[in-house]
Ligand binder design. Structure first.
Ligand code: PHE
Length: 414
């Protein structure tokens, strides 16, 4: 690119004296320093020259051509004027003022000119760069002012608007789902029945045909109240509400009883000492297991969706005869777990819902109802378990700890 002779090589007449080279050490290759090679090259060049170049006529590279410099300035000014954002302007700055810009290139070429030509070219390029720099600063100031104005409008905060200081709570999904089931049964003509959580041992066990030796009465399952002969327990299920209702009222009876129950389990991923059950009891003339299955189907469809199938398996509860476990078809795999299995139902295609059966004749009799005239059915289940299954809740801790963030996820409807 450069066309004039190099001023520094013109001054240089001989290679630098680096002294006598030391003999190389055995096994060591001697490397000649680059500086020596460069000095020799300059010396060779100098020999071809006639002497210092005094009235040299500079032929400038095209980057320094006045027209080209002017074009570069005009292009830069146009790009700067066209920038409508600070990002645009940054791009224009890099292109027209950056290291690779036409003017930076021109500026670098000045260094290669002979002294006599440097001043004029320097002035031309300097002024050009000055114009571009000034235009950049002016546009920068304009765009910053525009941005500040926009932020002031966009991020305006009305500090006079009243705020809600107490955060909103949320209804617990257990409460929501209980109410939804209760509402559905009330809609079918059933009534809501309640009983105390601190219950008479007789109602919780004896009247339900759970004799004194029944394993559920053992210390490890039931919270008994002091003194030992108080006859009071924290109810272990909602079934004593059946007894209370039958003692108080004449059939026909159709009740749904939601509520808290207690068992001496430690809190872990699947257990909690306090949980919720919901229980349905019907006592009427001519009730059969077909009615029981119909009621269970209605219940399951409310909880797990229309068309959810159920099945019953023989089981044992002292207060129902015959007794059954009720399962419903897995809502995740719809009864078809496939070769990979199903994490929700464990691969069986069915999920256990709870216990059920025809009310034991002994229980009807204990409540003053003639079992030859009336028959009844009952079923009950744990709400936490059903909810955990339905929503894939991993641990019981989330269910019971009362963190509002957990409850909020369920919204207002479960
Ligand atoms: N009370 C029983 C339990 O807690 C469930 C059940 C209710 C069984 C009604 C039959 C009828 O396990």
């Amino acid at each position: 690119m450069r066309q004039g002779p190099d001023a520094s090589s013109a001054r240089c007449t001989a290679p630098l004296d680096w002294g006598t080279p030391r003999p190389p050490l055995p096994g060591v290759r001697r490397v000649e320093p680059d500086v020596t090679r460069a000095a020799r090259a300059r010396a060779a060049n100098a020999e071809e020259m006639s002497g210092p170049n005094t009235n040299y006529d500079p032929v400038e590279v095209s980057a320094l051509d006045p027209e080209q410099v002017e074009t570069a300035v005009e292009e830069a000014l146009a790009a700067i004027a066209a920038a409508t954002s600070l990002d645009d302007l940054k791009a224009a700055r890099i292109e027209h003022q950056g290291e690779k810009s036409a003017l930076a290139l021109a500026n670098r070429e000045i260094g290669a000119l002979p002294p006599s030509a440097k001043a004029e070219a320097g002035k031309r390029v300097g002024q050009a760069r000055g114009r571009v720099g000034a235009a950049l600063s002016a546009r920068q100031a304009e765009l910053e002012a525009e941005r500040d104005e926009r932020i002031l409008v966009e991020e305006r905060v009305d500090v006079t608007v009243p705020v809600v200081r107490s955060p909103f709570g949320a209804r617990h999904p257990i409460e929501l789902v209980s109410q939804r089931l209760v509402d559905a049964f009330v809609g079918m003509g059933w009534e809501v029945a309640e009983g105390p959580e601190l219950e008479a041992e007789w109602l919780n066990f004896d009247a339900l045909n759970l004799g004194p030796d029944h394993p559920a009465r053992q210390m490890q399952d039931t919270f008994f109240l002091d003194p030992v002969d108080s006859g009071l327990v924290l109810r272990t299920h909602t079934s004593p509400v059946q007894i209370r209702t039958m003692l108080e009222r004449e059939p026909p009876i159709y009740i749904v009883a939601p509520g808290k129950v207690y068992r001496t389990d430690d809190l872990d991923a699947t257990h909690t000492p306090v949980f919720h059950q919901i229980e349905c009891l019907a006592v009427d003339k001519g009730l059969t297991m077909a009615h029981l299955r119909g009621a269970i189907d209605a219940f399951v469809q409310i909880m797990f969706g229309e068309g959810t199938q159920t099945r019953v398996r023989a089981s044992y509860f002292p207060f129902t005869e015959p007794s059954m476990e009720t399962d419903f078809v897995c809502f995740a795999c719809h009864g078809d777990p496939g070769p990979d299995g199903c994490r929700t139902c464990g691969g069986s295609g069915w999920i256990e819902l709870g216990g059920s059966g025809m009310v034991n004749r002994k229980v009807l009799r204990a409540c003053g109802i003639d079992p030859d005239v009336y028959s009844g059915f009952a079923f009950g289940l744990g709400i936490e378990r059903a909810l955990m299954l339905r929503h894939g809740v991993q641990g019981m801790h989330d269910m019971v700890e009362g963190d509002v963030r957990f409850s909020r996820q369920f919204g207002r409807e479960v």
